[in-house]
Design a protein. Structure first.
Length: 190
């Protein structure tokens, strides 16, 4: 196991996890609580550890973006790609790809499920517009054919649900241990 990435993840959460999820658009839970709720929903659904890890880490790119962008209100911070950039050396595709695709999964679901859009929070509707809006039929077909598209859609649904004020979750340490196991299975120390 490479402990460096686990320590970096812990540091990002300790520096930025207390801010409101989705910054100034004010979801009703903190960024840390949102990540923990998302990971817990994945575990409750008996997802494999790689997908639980992806659920915990899917928004880590928002924290990375905070170091680079002054004004988060009017731009797409491309957090899914920033997250991939910091995770890709240490985690397998089963973690990386759902993180990379979770924004596209929202664009996909708004295209193929008419009821999905109605259930989005105001902040999620706001970011959807910045992220390109619903996919066209061709884009949706190409998305559905991608490896890990199904996992990205599962992650997206947990993401949308992981915004309940006051919901009890395991602590971050519990999921950091899971991350360590996923990482060491992928990259055993020589
Ligand atoms: Fe999220």
């Amino acid at each position: 196991m490479n402990p460096d990435i686990i320590e970096r993840i812990e540091t990002w959460f300790s520096l930025h996890g207390s801010q409101a999820y989705d910054g100034s658009r004010r979801e009703s839970v903190s960024a840390l609580n949102h990540a923990l709720q998302c990971a817990q929903l994945a575990e409750d659904a008996h997802a494999p550890p790689t997908l639980v890890a992806a659920a915990l880490l899917h928004d880590i790119g928002h924290f990375v973006a905070l170091d680079d962008l002054d004004d988060m209100e009017h731009v797409d911070d491309l957090h899914e790609l920033r997250g991939v950039a910091v995770l890709v050396l240490d985690f397998p595709p089963a973690v990386i790809e759902p993180v990379r695709l979770h924004v596209a999964a929202k664009r996909y679901l708004t295209a193929v499920e008419p009821s999905y859009f109605a259930g989005l929070s105001p902040a999620s509707v706001h970011s959807l517009a910045q992220q390109g809006g619903p996919m066209s039929a061709n884009e949706a077909a190409r998305f559905a054919a991608l490896p890990f598209a199904d996992d990205a859609v599962r992650l997206r649904r947990w993401d949308d649900l992981a915004k309940v004020p006051g919901r009890a979750t395991p602590r971050l340490d519990y999921y950091l241990a899971l991350l360590g196991e996923v990482q060491s299975a992928h990259r055993p120390m020589p």
